[in-house]
Design a binder for this molecule. Structure first.
Ligand code: UDP
Length: 190
């Protein structure tokens, strides 16, 4: 269920296939990092010769990536947006007993996003941190996340900061699933 684009395996199933895969991997304690591969992110990954392992799933976030795949590979992909994964997990975290952590956005924004996640979705958000930190603060943030041991970490720092953070700390983070969500906290905060 993948199509290879310049060495990057792009998830080629639909949204339900993806969610099934993610929930199965959470259940099986298989760490996973979901990267929204829009053209900007793809460009970053390719230009940096980004090294990835089996824990990564690259989703075709946006019509741009689907068009690139169609033109270069002749394959029709269903667009899957990172924000849809985010909202689906907000809705199901209570039922599935999944603990969530939010990392990213401005301080007042992430506070509002947290409040809305609880009020509107009854989501199990165990903690949050804004996304405007210096590199020397990163380890402290990783420790804070690990202390709360969430199942799912959403990282919304924009590209390429979120991809770099995930790459650098994926192995140290004691979480089952990491999802790059771009500006999704701003949307939830509205
Ligand atoms: N952001 C952050 N730290 C930074 C830079 C950006 O937390 O150092 C946040 C920003 O506040 C916004 C998100 O990252 O919430 C990026 O949103 P954008 O719409 O640019 O990302 P995209 O969805 O286009 O990847």
């Amino acid at each position: 269920m993948k199509v290879e684009l310049n060495g990057i395996p792009i998830f080629a199933g639909n949204f339900d296939d993806l969610m099934k895969t993610l929930y199965q991997r959470i259940k099986g304690d298989q760490k996973t990092a979901v990267i929204s591969a829009n053209p900007e992110v793809l460009h970053y990954l390719i230009s940096k010769n980004f090294k990835f392992d089996d824990e990564y799933i690259f989703i075709p976030d946006g019509i741009g990536t689907c068009l690139i795949v169609l033109v270069s590979k002749g394959k029709i992909l269903k667009k899957i947006a990172g924000i849809d994964v985010f909202y689906e997990m907000l809705r199901s975290s209570g039922k599935l007993n999944l603990k969530l952590f939010f990392l990213g956005a401005r301080d007042e924004v992430i506070k509002r996003a947290y409040a809305n996640a609880i009020d509107k979705f009854n989501a199990k958000v165990v903690g949050y941190n804004h996304g405007y930190f210096d590199s020397h603060e990163e380890e402290t943030i990783v420790d804070k996340i690990n202390l709360l041991s969430p199942d799912v970490l959403f990282v919304g720092l924009g590209c390429p900061k979120q991809e770099e953070f995930i790459d650098k700390y994926k192995d140290k983070l004691n979480v089952k699933l990491i999802v790059a969500v771009g500006g999704s906290f701003d949307v939830l905060a509205e």
